[in-house]
Design a binder for this molecule. Structure first.
Ligand SMILES: *Cc1c(COP(=O)(O)O)cnc(C)c1O
Length: 246
């Protein structure tokens, strides 16, 4: 039977090939192991096999697993907890208290709710703003399906980005996007390339000092995402197998 260790090795080999192809460095890629639906024992195995970034998409799971994990490995385990799911504003407190990175900012209201709580708990939260570049209606994120020629879409993104920039306890890491489901490779690649171009446009537009990072790529498409500029890939099934209860 394939162990988690074997699967991690295989994923790292794929990452290494893709970075080589793109003349990038493997150090520039953060592998976020998406542990949603898996029990804390799976996270402990993944930790022992060397993984240090975990991604959850439900606040109750994040809180429970983080607490259970830290009971075993302590609070200084070196794990970074990523919240990668859609966030309803009434759950913002949980993310402000328990996530180390949030990948799916899409509204000013969420930014404000997070900031209110972070001002209380004294934590800092780096975030990605989620953009919907593919235009698929099932996808969350700010509509950027025609951002190249649509000034309204540009200003919607600018508005949320400015809210993040002025929030004292939030910092802007970059943009997050999802590829369309079951699309041909070329279409997926184009979505990633357009997200990258959007990040470059936004940086120029707001005169940001540093380049924006890109959270994009999952089990079926992370190699393409890397060749198109991803800095954070969010991988579940390739590491842990199929999820049964989600
Ligand atoms: C579940 C999930 C992933 C991981 O998907 P896999 O196909 O298992 O790699 C990545 N990103 C988000 C936002 C998810 O919800």
């Amino acid at each position: 039977m394939e162990t988690i260790k074997d699967r991690i090795t295989a994923v790292y080999q794929q990452i290494s090939q893709a970075t080589k192809q793109a003349s990038r460095r493997t150090d520039d890629i953060t592998l976020v192991a998406v542990t949603k639906t898996w029990p804390v024992d799976t996270l402990l195995d993944a930790y022992d096999a060397g993984l240090r970034d975990f991604g959850e998409n439900r606040t109750d799971e994040l809180e429970e697993k983080r607490a259970a994990f830290e009971t075993v490995r302590g609070r200084e385990s070196g794990v970074t907890w990523h919240f990668i799911g859609h966030l309803q504003s009434r759950k913002a407190t949980a993310v402000a208290d328990s996530a180390d990175v949030f990948h799916a900012v899409e509204r000013v209201k969420i930014v404000n709710k997070l900031q209110d709580r972070l001002a209380q708990n004294g934590r800092l939260l780096p975030v990605f703003i989620e953009v919907n570049v593919s235009g698929e209606s099932s996808k969350s994120g700010i509509d950027c399906s025609r951002w190249e020629q649509d000034a309204t879409q540009q200003s919607a993104l600018r508005k949320v980005t400015r809210a993040v920039l002025v929030a004292p306890n939030l910092s802007l890491l970059g943009l997050m996007t999802m590829a369309p489901w079951h699309a041909p490779d070329e279409e997926i690649r184009t979505v990633f390339a357009r997200a990258r171009a959007l990040a470059e446009w936004l940086r120029d537009d707001l005169r940001l000092e540093r380049p924006l990072q890109l959270s994009m790529g999952m089990t079926d498409d992370f190699e393409m995402a890397i060749t198109e500029g991803a800095t954070h890939i969010r991988v579940g099934r390739a590491l842990f197998g199929e999820r049964h209860n989600n």
